[in-house]
Design a protein around this ligand. Structure first.
Ligand code: SAH
Ligand code: SF4
Length: 436
């Protein structure tokens, strides 16, 4: 049996696909990267915005068409799976053969076998309070960075968000299992580990909190860089900031989702902080971790967001000056509190206007921040020799996770090189290794 897997959405899904590959291999099924050769095609899906969900549906039809002469089994995994049960009777409309939710991957071989023999659509979308896959060693595709999920699920129920419904409650795996996996990663040649969680800094296992976990991972010999995503602004105690400041392997970069800058909207979103809290937190972070890079997520056009309320978001973007920002139009998700209570009443044209304006503003800020780095010497963790544009370059990232193009191909992936930055755009830096 040959299995092909396609992954949509966030880094957690990329990691989950690696878990799935491990489960499949343990069941003596083979992975293939050739969709035409596959007996089973898995789509690991995202439900966070309607656009992502629609893309997957279109892709299912496309695959069905592509393989019409030699049909393969099509399975839906991940965040859309949880919602699909309602749609199963409409199978003729959606040609899928089985469904597995984010906590059902151990049962995947069984579901695949059941799908080959049954006319029904086997499914397991049960969400677990305990499943962390801590004992499954993911089949990673190589490279320098390894994803490592330390907690799963979310208890926050931000009013717009489907994640607590599609991924269930928060649960953390033991720090011992995280450290052991990090040691194994390093032995295999990975140099950076990115700790993942829907709400990574609310990690807690017995008396070990996120700060302590981060400290232990950062001290594993051979780890050059440790990152984490996505944290929530509510879980940044002082001692976490001190651990970040005090450990050179922990990157001085925080992705700090803002979502909105207006207090009324933040309250409707159930984000649990105000504009002032957020700005104070940024100030505290920057005073404890000098040179800290910040990135963020923003939603424009939440139900009822007025022009004046949107200006509060603009104000935060101008004051904080994020290194980068992911900006989304509000997308109503069935079953969420916002979908039940607040009509999606901001016109599409207004959402577009707001996203265009913020993106333009952010592009300018990023360009200014990156241009100011011209002349600076930075540590670049090399990821590969050769770039899309030229075999004579190499490519890596700085501590802030910004891509840096180096103007020679002699740098070895996995090594840290010191380079002087000589050029910048809104998205990449260019540099030259000091010893080149
Ligand atoms: N757990 C993470 C990521 C959640 S999803 C966190 O809390 O930050 C990633 C991003 O998608 C969110 O930060 C938010 O900006 C965006 N998002 C989530 N639900 C959305 C929705 N209904 N419409 C538009 N954007 C949404
Ligand atoms: Fe969604 Fe909020 Fe949980 Fe993030 S913290 S996953 S935005 S509910």
């Amino acid at each position: 049996m040959k299995i092909y897997i396609e992954t949509y959405g966030c880094q957690m899904n990329e990691y989950d696909s690696e878990i799935v590959r491990a489960v499949i291999a343990a069941a003596d099924m083979e992975s293939t990267s050739d969709i035409h050769a596959a007996d089973v095609i898995l789509l690991n899906t995202c439900a966070v915005r309607e656009h992502a969900a629609r893309r997957v549906i279109a892709r299912i039809h496309e695959i069905h068409h592509l393989r019409r002469d030699a049909p393969a089994l099509i399975g839906v995994l991940g965040c859309m799976a949880t919602n699909l049960k309602k749609n199963l009777p409409k199978r003729k409309k959606l040609p899928i053969d089985f469904v597995a939710g984010p906590d059902a991957y151990r049962r995947l071989p069984e579901l695949i076998r059941a799908a080959t023999t049954s006319d029904e659509v086997p499914y397991d979308i049960e969400l677990s309070d305990y499943e962390t896959y801590a004992d499954v060693y993911p089949r990673r595709e190589g490279g320098i960075n390894a994803w490592l999920a330390v907690m799963r699920g979310c208890n926050n129920f931000c009013s717009y968000c489907v994640v607590p419904y599609s991924r269930g409650r928060e649960r953390s795996r033991s720090p011992q299992s995280v450290v052991a996996e990090t040691q194994r990663l390093v032995a295999e040649g990975f140099r950076q580990v990115t700790l993942l969680g829907q709400n990574v800094n609310s990690y807690r296992h017995e008396d070990v909190d996120f700060a302590e976990l981060l400290r232990r991972v950062s001290e594993v010999p051979g780890v050059l860089r440790v990152r984490f995503i996505s944290p929530h602004p509510k879980d940044f105690p002082l001692h976490l900031l001190k651990v970040m400041a005090g450990h050179p392997t922990i990157c001085k970069h925080v992705h700090l989702p803002l979502q909105a800058g207006n207090d009324r909207i933040l309250k409707l979103m159930r984000r649990t902080y105000s504009k002032k809290h957020y700005l104070d937190l940024v100030e505290q972070m920057r005073s404890i971790i000098p040179g800290l890079a910040l990135s963020t997520d923003i939603i424009v056009g939440f139900p009822g967001e007025s022009d004046a309320e949107f200006e509060d978001t603009v104000d935060v973007v101008q004051r904080v000056r994020f290194d980068s920002a992911f900006i989304f139009k509000y997308s109503e998700r069935p079953g969420t509190l916002a979908a039940r209570k607040y009509p999606d009443d901001v016109p599409e044209a207004v959402k577009t206007e707001r996203i265009v304006r913020l993106n333009e503003m952010q592009r300018q800020i990023s360009t200014e921040i990156f241009s100011a780095q011209i002349g600076a010497v930075q540590d670049i963790l090399v990821e590969r020799q050769g770039t899309k544009k030229s075999a004579q370059q190499s490519q890596g990232r700085n501590d802030a996770n910004i891509m840096v193009i180096l103007n020679s191909a002699t740098q070895v992936p996995g090594t840290m090189v010191r380079a002087r930055i000589h050029d910048a755009t809104a998205h990449v830096l260019k540099g030259k290794a000091l010893d080149d």
